[in-house]
Design a protein around this ligand. Structure first.
Ligand code: HSE
Length: 330
């Protein structure tokens, strides 16, 4: 059975999905795509090379008369793949798109952190009530399958704590400043060019992006009901080049570390000085997470936390899980 996808968002992640669909036989067709200004629909499957070419040449993927909302409500699709930029405070317009798709009887996969951080419990219940899947692996730690692993594979454990590097952009900036002597601004510009940063990069450097990931982890893995204001957040935007130099002199470096200790309701994110041989001192856009559990002991996860192909990997994993459930597999 060929699954039909409608894609919302044609930034780094949306392009990553389209490229992967061109490179691999995934058993999928893309019947609709919207960007912030336009959209296109073809029930038989869009011509993807033409779509990419049009976007490169005109900055738009289709006609201005076709909006994301039109696609959500009228296009033919089995899975809505929602990849528009995160709004941490309202979660809109993405949350409305997701609700509408679930009410229409379609599964939803999203890489958008806003709706999951703000409305996970409501959206998960709506999906369950309608016998649909709502998946969001790409919202935390990019290519690392951390959510499925914690929720399902480690489901028999009590997960006692989690701490680690959860923002690829900040990790890239800190690495480039310490190792190549780049200024903060030069390193941030590079991270933006490489497609690691959020549409609004202040989300990355002020720690909002990593803090949202802590909220998503807390609410989905531990079934808490916390919001962004419950996280104690310090970003790297005020960190000086001098602070990094001082850390280097002690054979240490600085990393932006997020931490959850669910038993004590501790949720915090701040830059920390860490010895260079510590497992959380990873380079570039990598993320690294240490999870402490009662049965499995300590586990360390390392992988690319940002980037077009890496995030697409997580989104495609969710899509293929839904396909397998459809097919009655596992
Ligand atoms: N801007 C995010 C990061 C993207 O740098 O980690 C992945 O969530």
């Amino acid at each position: 059975m060929v699954l039909r996808l409608a894609l919302l968002g044609m930034g780094a992640v949306g392009r990553g999905i389209i490229q992967a669909a061109l490179e691999k036989d995934l058993g999928l067709i893309i019947t609709a795509v919207a960007d912030s200004r336009s959209g296109c629909i073809d029930p038989n499957g869009l011509n993807l090379p033409e779509l990419l070419d049009r976007k490169d040449k005109t900055g738009m993927c289709g006609d201005t008369g076709i909006s994301a909302e039109t696609i959500v409500k009228t296009a033919p699709y089995d899975i809505l793949v929602e990849m528009t930029p995160t709004d941490a405070r309202s979660g809109e317009p993405a949350t409305s798109y997701i609700r509408d798709a679930l009410q229409r009887g379609s599964h939803v996969v999203t890489s958008n952190k806003g709706p999951v951080a703000l409305h996970y419990h409501e959206l998960a219940s709506l999906a369950k009530k309608n016998h649909l899947q709502f998946r969001f692996e790409a919202t935390v730690a990019g290519a690392i399958p951390i959510l499925q692993t914690l929720i399902h594979n480690l489901g028999g454990n009590e997960i006692l704590s989690l701490y680690g590097v959860l923002n690829g952009t900040c990790n890239y900036i800190l690495t480039r400043m310490a190792e190549e002597g780049l200024t903060y601004k030069q390193a941030l510009d590079e991270a933006r060019t490489l497609g690691y940063a959020e549409a609004d990069p202040t989300y990355d450097v002020k720690g909002i992006d990593a803090a949202i990931k802590l909220v998503i982890l807390a609410n989905t893995v531990w079934k808490k009901n916390i919001c962004l204001d419950d996280v104690d957040v310090t970003g790297i935007d005020l960190l000086t080049e001098e602070a990094l130099r001082l850390a280097e002199q002690q054979d240490a470096t600085i990393r932006l570390i997020g931490e959850i200790i669910p038993g004590d309701n501790i949720y915090r994110l701040c830059p920390r000085i860490i010895p260079k041989d510590h497992p959380l001192v990873v380079q570039g856009s990598l993320n690294a997470i240490i999870v402490r559990t009662d049965l499995a002991g300590d586990l360390l996860f390392v992988g690319k936390g940002a980037g077009s192909r890496e995030t697409a990997s997580a989104v495609i994993g969710d899509i293929l899980s839904i396909r397998d459930i459809h097919a009655g597999g596992n």
